[in-house]
Design a protein around this ligand. Structure first.
Ligand SMILES: C[S@@+](CC[C@H](N)C(=O)[O-])C[C@H]1O[C@@H](n2cnc3c(N)ncnc32)[C@H](O)[C@@H]1O
Length: 226
């Protein structure tokens, strides 16, 4: 597949997701794909090597989160943390597609966080930052939204990052199949949190189940706060 074929596939996927992308944004996503391919061996960013597979399984998969995220933002600027971001998925894709979202990609592996900083510099993205830290040890001002993809169980993800959530903030966890067991574990281990919305994500060109779980701290019951 040529670069032009890949770009066409990306543009078609964005159309299907009803995400209006400028030529500059398409160029930035293609440049990010090239950087992932170029630095993968050095930084161990992904097990996927083929550019067409990387495009669908990583970039377009991450793109499928954007309509839901923008609906949540409802036009407001957001501070977002992407936990266990690895090579920047979905964080880098979010930062490219929506400049009103300020994205911090956090990873416990230094070279991955360094790669994010390199992407931000090479693509000219002032709203993208890389942080090298275990999320539970990170020092940072709080975030409106905390995302993750292929990271940890829902209970661990929300436990480890809850001190970073702003009052009124939410978690958005990207998962494959509906994670029934993880949801039961979350309910048992963290009764102070609630899953308030589960939505199916359709990834153009990918025949696989994907869902997005929205989670928030439960409001204290009137009896508890009396
Ligand atoms: C399977 S990778 C997923 C990467 C990316 N989100 C994706 O979808 O391709 C999980 C990442 O989480 C990072 N990680 C594991 N534990 C972490 C922690 N406690 N804090 C921050 N990052 C962590 C790992 O270094 C790894 O890069």
């Amino acid at each position: 597949m040529t670069d032009l074929d890949l770009r066409t596939r990306l543009a078609q996927a964005a159309d299907t997701l009803q995400l209006p992308l400028s030529d500059t944004q398409l160029d930035q996503l293609m440049a990010y794909l090239a950087l992932l391919g170029k630095w993968n061996k050095v930084y161990n960013l992904t097990a996927v090597r083929d550019p067409a597979a990387m495009l669908t399984q990583h970039l377009i998969d991450s793109l499928s989160l954007l309509p839901a995220l923008q609906r949540h933002a409802a036009g407001k600027a957001l501070r977002l943390m992407d936990v266990g971001s690895g090579g920047g998925l979905p964080g880098v894709v979010i930062a490219i597609v929506d400049p009103t979202i300020d994205v911090t990609c956090v990873d416990a592996v230094g070279k991955k966080a360094f790669f994010i900083a390199q992407v931000a510099a090479e693509l000219g993205l002032p709203n993208l930052h890389g942080e090298h830290a275990r999320v539970e040890q990170l020092k940072a001002p709080p975030f409106d939204v905390i995302t993750s993809r292929a990271f940890a169980s829902l209970a661990d993800f929300t436990d480890w990052s809850q001190m970073h959530l702003k009052s009124g903030g939410v978690w958005a966890a990207m998962k494959g199949q509906h994670p029934t067991e993880e949801l039961a574990e979350l309910q048992q281990r963290a009764p102070d949190r609630e899953v308030f919305h589960v939505e199916q994500l359709a990834v153009p060109g990918l025949d696989a189940q994907r869902c997005l779980l929205w989670i928030r701290p439960k409001a204290p019951s009137p009896a508890a706060s009396a």
